[in-house]
Design a protein around this ligand. Structure first.
Ligand code: SF4
Ligand code: SF4
Ligand code: FES
Length: 238
């Protein structure tokens, strides 16, 4: 176990846990945007920034990807931490002031002014990349480091649909709706920040409703080893 303090509270945490996990275990809430506890962190948005004092030296770190260490003092709302967090939120707000998650953070920290940066629906959080590679295990999304945003390097994501099963997990975790899926007339359309792709869907043999993309059904057949006829009908008609 590792002993540390968070906001003056002495706590013990398992080695290997991150600061945000240790805080959460002790009911201390740190704001986040790119973090998703089911995925490994990208540490890209810096909203979760905290001040850490170790051996008398103060540093600002993102709490979602920084492990706890013996003897550190963590301050989640010190003047330095708040200043850095506000700047990170202002950067996000300047890129995309429409996303509800960003608007909520901006409202909480009284941010109304934008910085002169390029506006973009995608804020490069990397969640889509993580879910596709770590959960769905299809690795359809490339993530690379793009331009600088002063505080940290901005990530950019790019889709390769060859391996995509149109499951929609990337759209589900996207905090800004920069990725979305739409089903219409037997076609699932995926709209991503830099490309759009259409997938044909399978029709239920009973009710006639289109219920899943064909590529996804092929993937399920492969995963489960079940015969073709098991996928003839939608969930409601099975
Ligand atoms: S829809 Fe495609 S890109 Fe998105 S998570 Fe699923 S397989 Fe990956
Ligand atoms: S598309 Fe969405 S999930 Fe992916 S990096 Fe951009 S904002 Fe994040
Ligand atoms: S929530 Fe930690 S860097 Fe985004």
């Amino acid at each position: 176990m590792v002993k540390l303090t968070i906001d003056g509270k002495a706590i013990e945490s398992k080695e290997g846990k991150t600061i945000i996990q240790a805080a959460s275990d002790n009911n201390i809430v740190i704001p986040t945007l790119c973090y998703n506890e089911e995925l490994t962190p990208t540490g890209s948005c810096r909203v979760c920034v905290v001040e850490v004092i170790a051996d008398g030296v103060s540093t600002l770190v993102s709490s979602c990807d920084t492990p706890v260490k013996e003897g550190i003092e963590v301050y989640t709302n010190s003047e330095n931490a708040i200043k850095a967090r506000k700047y990170a939120i202002q950067m996000l707000y300047s890129q995309n002031s429409e996303a509800p998650a960003i608007r909520a953070l901006a409202g909480k920290y009284n941010i109304t002014e934008k910085l002169p940066v390029e506006e973009s629906e995608c804020i490069g959080c990397g969640r889509c990349y993580k879910v596709c590679s770590e959960v769905v295990e299809r690795k359809c999304i490339d993530m690379s480091v793009g331009g600088l945003s002063n505080m940290n390097e901005k990530l950019s994501v790019k889709w390769n649909f060859d391996n995509c099963i149109a499951c929609g997990a990337c759209a589900y975790v996207c905090p800004t709706h920069a990725v979305s899926i739409h089903d219409e007339d037997g076609v699932r359309t995926m709209i991503t920040p830099n490309a759009k792709h259409e997938f044909s869907m399978k029709k239920c043999s009973d009710c006639g409703k289109y219920y899943a993309p064909n590529v996804q059904i092929e993937w399920m057949k492969e995963k489960t080893g079940l015969s073709d006829d098991k996928f003839d009908r939608c969930m409601d008609c099975r």
